[in-house]
Design a protein around this ligand. Structure first.
Ligand SMILES: [Zn+2]
Length: 134
């Protein structure tokens, strides 16, 4: 039991290290879809990693004049002005999660459009066959 607990703890810690190595890429929105989803789900439930992410924002944007990432919206600008990095991190996590959902929806829609196109092509093909042999 003890060794199992210990092993879980080590595994959790490894996961945190992995996530914390991705903080910069996440903040710059350069992680892949799957990594972003994993990052959001981990950081949302892990106070340690959330703290690290917040620290990253404070060090990068709070303590310097570095401009916010290109995709920053008016909320991020406001939270930076208010020096409210807790809200900033919360906002960015929700924003990225919404972007992932929108992407997934757009992928489904384009797949559907592709299928409809394919169906129309097949229909045309069969119609041509039928009319040729009537
Ligand atoms: Zn963590």
């Amino acid at each position: 039991m003890r060794s199992k607990q210990r092993r879980n703890k080590v595994r959790t810690h490894d996961r945190c290290k992995e996530m914390q190595a991705n903080i910069e890429a996440f903040a710059e929105n350069s992680l892949g879809r799957e990594e972003t989803a994993l990052f959001i789900s981990h950081v949302s439930g892990c106070p340690d990693c959330r703290d690290e992410l917040q620290t990253y924002y404070i060090v990068k944007y709070g303590l310097t004049d570095a401009p916010l990432p290109e995709d920053a919206d008016e909320y991020e600008v406001k939270y930076l002005k208010d020096y409210n990095f807790h809200r900033m991190v919360e906002h960015v996590l929700v924003k990225r999660a919404n972007e992932l959902e929108t992407d997934a929806f757009e992928t489904k829609v384009s797949y559907l459009v592709y299928l409809v196109g394919l169906f129309v092509c097949l229909l045309t093909f069969f119609a041509m066959l039928v009319f040729e042999y009537v």
